[in-house]
Write a protein that binds this ligand. Sequence first.
Ligand SMILES: NC(=O)c1ccc[n+]([C@@H]2O[C@H](COP(=O)([O-])OP(=O)(O)OC[C@H]3O[C@@H](n4cnc5c(N)ncnc54)[C@H](OP(=O)(O)O)[C@@H]3O)[C@@H](O)[C@H]2O)c1
Length: 255
Amino acid sequence: MNKVIFITGATKNTGLAIAEKFAENGYDVALTSRRTDDAQKTASYLSEKYGIQSVGYALDLQSVDSIKDVFAEVRHDFGRLDVFVGNSANLGVDVDILNATEEDFDSVIDVNLKGNFFCAQQSAMIMKENGGGSIVMIGSVHYSQAIWGRVLYTASKGGLVSLVKSLAVELGEFGIRANTIIAGAIHTERWDVQTPEQTAKRRAQYPAGRESFGEEIANGAFYLGTDLSATVTGTELTIDSGISICLLPYKKHYE
Ligand SMILES: NC(=O)c1ccc[n+]([C@@H]2O[C@H](COP(=O)([O-])OP(=O)(O)OC[C@H]3O[C@@H](n4cnc5c(N)ncnc54)[C@H](OP(=O)(O)O)[C@@H]3O)[C@@H](O)[C@H]2O)c1
């Protein structure tokens, strides 16, 4: 029987790269998108390319009832769960402190913190039955480094790091580990709209000389998700091109 990973928001970018990393290593993959079609298309792609079982579920992390329903389906469809990766996020862009509404607050915190909490809870219930597992949350350097217009995102990612430490403490006795990847800039389609000059300028700010690609975050998720890191729990793995050791200039926007 293959091991099983459940990853949220895995139809593109970092989430898809993580799903592919586990699939190519023989894991069956349960994945989500808010859109049924996209989730199912990605699952079919993974099944065909890697010869594994994959199922795509529609899930909006703002609904705790939906989270519980999807986990019940995963338990039914796969019968076990070895790795959960909380990748989905509301990026909470351009929400400044003086203008933020209650709706802004709820839409970011409900996905990034509340949604991930209930996913971790539901994961742990299944993992406990199969003798253990690993929970990996995708965090951000902005959990500790503030950035203009991202107050709710930074707060949510800060909460996530604290949440993971409690998961590690309370769930350790069931063989369940929990860790956070602290990601810096990751290449997504959002980089494609920049001019080459803008890209070069951004890259020049990072000690490692460029942003991470999804595959590099996936390597970290694979390490934390598997027995390669059997004694690593409650901690953070930073994959950030060295961004968080630098004092970036205080600017409203990147130029
Ligand atoms: N990109 C970066 O530079 C960067 C830097 C540091 C950390 N990170 C973190 O890395 C992770 C992946 O980032 P990314 O840039 O690759 O992300 P992305 O593709 O922009 O977003 C990840 C996924 O989140 C899902 N999502 C958004 N709102 C949701 C909701 N209400 N319910 C369920 N899913 C929802 C979306 O899936 P659907 O549209 O399919 O539902 C989306 O594909 C995130 O946790 C992000 O905070 C990214």
